[in-house]
Every structure is written in C-alpha cells, then in structure tokens.
Design a protein around this ligand. Structure first.
Ligand SMILES: Nc1nc2c(ncn2[C@@H]2O[C@H](COP(=O)(O)OP(=O)(O)OP(=O)(O)O)[C@@H](O)[C@H]2O)c(=O)[nH]1
Ligand SMILES: [Mg+2]
Length: 390
C-alpha cells in the first residue's frame, strides 16, 4: 500500500466553558505517562511538541494542583497527533504491516465563533479555520451538563439556543465556504451530540440524553440538519444528531481533580478512526450515491478494510483477491463483496479473533484498529455511546 498513514480528522464544537480544552488535555495527558505504550500497544506523539507540552502541562496542573486550564477565547486550533506502534514492541521484519501510523487531527472550534458577529481579520480567520474542518468525518457538538443543571426544568431554553447558535453560525459561513454555492463533497457527515461534564449528572445515560435532546429541541436539531444538508452533495448520506456520546474529562471536586475518572475520552480515537468505516460502507451500499461522493466516503474505509482482511482468519475461505466488488470501484480492490460484508458485520468474537491474529503477526496497528471496534461495541453496551441505526 502506498500511503502508510491513515489520517482521520475530528471536529469538536462547544461554547465557551463547555470543556473543550480540558477534554483535549485529558485525552493527551495520560499518553505521556509511563507505561501507556505497553498498556495500549501504541504511543501517541503530538506532532507539534509545543502544543503537546502545553496539553501535558494542563493535565499535570489538574492532576497535581487541582488547577484548570485557562480559557482560550476566540481561537480555533488544530492539534495533530501521531499514533504508532509502541516503542517497546518489536516488529516482525518479514511482515509488512498495512500501516505505519494513524494520524488524528483534532479541530477545536470555540463557540464564540457562533455566538457573535465579527469582521475584518477575525472574520477571515473564522472562515480559514472553518475550511480546515472540511476534511473531518465526524463532528462532535458539545452539550454542557453544567448548563443543563443550571436550566433544570427548562432545559429547552438552553438546548434550543445551543442548536440555533450552531445552525446560524454554519449558515453564516455557508457562502464563504461553498464555491459558487455548489454543495460540497468533502464535509463531516456524522454530527454526534456529546454531553460534556456528564459526571455532573450521574443518572444520565446515553439513551436519556437522546430523549432529552429530542424532546426538548428536536425541531432545532432538524433545522440544523437542514442547514448542513444544504451544504453537502448527497444529503441522504448524513447523520446529524443521530449518534450520542457521554463525556467526562475528570471528576471535579473543590479540593481535587481526579483525572483517572474519565468517561468516553478513550472513545475519541475509535470514533475518529473506525466509526466512519462502518457507516460509510453502509451508506455506499444502501444508497445510490454520485461516484465522487462514494469515492470520498470510501477513501479511508478502503485502507481499514484491507488491513483487517489482511489478518481476519475467518476470511480465509473467501478467495482473495475475489471478484471485483460491486460495492463501488474504490473500496477494497482486492476484496469480494462477501468479504466486505463479513468485515463490516463482524461481531465481537470475530473481532477478538482478528485482534489475536493481528497480534500474533506483530501487526499492531491492525490489532489496535480492531480493538477500537471492540471498544465501540463495549461503549454501546455500557450506554456511553449510542450509534445511529441508519
Ligand atoms: N465536572 C466537570 N467539569 C468540567 C469538565 N471539563 C471541564 N469542566 C469545567 O469546565 C471549565 C471549562 O472547561 P474548558 O475546557 O476550559 O472549556 P473550553 O470549552 O475550553 O472553554 P473556552 O476555552 O472558553 O472556549 C473547567 O475549568 C472545569 O471547571 C468535566 O469533564 N467535568
Ligand atoms: Mg478552551
């Protein structure tokens, strides 16, 4: 395979104070600690060392001194992380893994962008920042549990204005993002609703979150969906407000910040890296999509399918390379339709089997990708994640 890095982008939207910086710090901080690579099979390196230090410093401040990071207003920043085989693991030189690394690019979108009108240079930066989002497969829309508590009994007041802000902000940028008003092919198509600071509402599981959001602000969510649908080609290949997630970056008490008590933070990588895989393949199968859209959707799915098929033991009876897949000319050139179905539909035991096989071949990144799929299944069982059925 020519391209040895699987690159995935994720965009995180949240109003001021909704927990974006703490989330990033809580995601990255633990990866710097001793033993992380051995436990997880991979190391995570911040591609910009200065950014990495800042995030780690934030994390240490929380962990050791109960100090929260400073608010950073009006800034959109991208953070790039490289995930690769843990240094302590040796590679089998006879075995060429399908990937060398996974790159996660995290786009951090401050809510003020959506709340206020700006002009001049700031407006240009806003458009620039927004353009960088277009390569993301998944966007997280943060709902702040603190704000829900502040509005207990009238949550709709908060939720409606939140989704309206997201919608109006996107709408305002529309003309500047689209070329001649033409809908885009590359645009995030999975817009997940994520409850930040979920530790503040311990009785909330992801099904109750969905109920609350739909009951109190379903119309506003639909309008947001319409706004997004208006910006993309093939708007049926879109899931806005259909996936839900609980997040908590740490447990906060007045005396201390317990950074080991986290919810959902370890799902960010699986959500960015493998959740779009199943969804995109499914959309391409279920819908008549323009070729350009199908190609875009299957871009990374192809790499993941190939990596998994490379090791999946239960695929051995499938002829590889099989008949050219009817799924689209681009997905898995070497895989039969049957093999793709098996890969996408892998249940837990098949995933475990594949992971074990990948490990025995020292194919660590494939093992990690497979484990990510297991993590998503587990999170659904634990009611931390709810995936759209579409
Ligand atoms: N209970 C709880 N509180 C949190 C959590 N994450 C953040 N907070 C609190 O929320 C405050 C704001 O979090 P930040 O991450 O700085 O918010 P932000 O979205 O980056 O805000 P801006 O930089 O202003 O856009 C923190 O100082 C914490 O007090 C969490 O997971 N649980
Ligand atoms: Mg911040």
């Amino acid at each position: 395979m020519s391209n040895k890095v699987l690159e995935q982008h994720i965009a995180v939207f949240g109003e001021s104070g909704s927990g974006k910086t703490v989330l990033l710090s809580s995601f990255f901080g633990p990866t710097e600690e001793a033993g992380y690579g051995e436990r997880n099979l991979f190391d995570i390196v911040a591609d910009d060392a200065g950014q990495g230090n800042k995030l780690y410093q934030n994390y240490l401040g929380m962990k050791n001194s109960a100090r929260v990071p400073e608010p950073n207003k009006f800034r959109s920043i991208s953070y790039s992380f490289t995930v690769r085989r843990a240094k302590s693991l040796t590679r089998d030189p006879k075995n060429k893994p399908p990937f060398d690394a996974l790159r996660l690019v995290w786009h951090d979108y401050p809510g003020e962008w959506f709340e206020q009108d700006v002009s001049g240079e700031e407006a240009d930066r806003r458009v620039e920042g927004f353009r960088s989002l277009l390569g993301s497969d998944v966007a997280l829309l943060l709902v702040d549990a603190q704000r829900l508590l502040d509005n207990a009994g009238q949550e709709e007041a908060y939720l409606k204005s939140l989704f309206r802000n997201y919608r109006e902000g996107l709408g305002r940028l529309r003309d500047q993002i689209l070329d001649d008003g033409k809908p885009l092919v590359a645009f995030p198509r999975i817009w997940m609703v994520a409850l930040s600071k979920s530790d503040l509402i311990p009785e909330m599981d992801v099904h109750r979150l969905k109920e609350l959001v739909i009951e109190k602000s379903g119309d506003d969510l639909n309008r947001l969906r319409d706004t997004i649908a208006d910006m993309v080609q093939a708007p049926d290949a879109l899931a806005v407000g259909e996936d839900f997630l609980l997040l908590s970056s740490a447990k906060f008490t007045p005396e201390e910040i317990e950074v080991t008590e986290r919810v959902g933070v370890d799902l960010i990588l699986p959500i960015a890296a493998v959740l779009p895989f199943e969804r995109h393949v499914h959309w391409v199968r279920a819908q008549q999509l323009p070729q350009k859209v199908a190609e875009e959707l299957l871009n990374n799915a192809d790499k993941i399918a190939t990596a998994m098929a490379f090791v999946a033991p239960f695929l051995s009876k499938v002829k590889l390379p099989g008949p050219m897949a009817a799924i689209g000319p681009f997905l898995a050139r070497a895989l039969s339709q049957d093999a793709i179905d098996k890969l996408v539909g892998m249940g837990r035991s098949k995933l475990e089997e594949t992971k074990a096989e990948a490990l025995s071949r020292h194919d660590y990144l494939t093992a990690v990708l497979t484990r990510f799929r297991i993590d998503l299944e587990d999170a659904e069982q634990e009611r931390i994640l709810l995936r759209s059925l579409k």
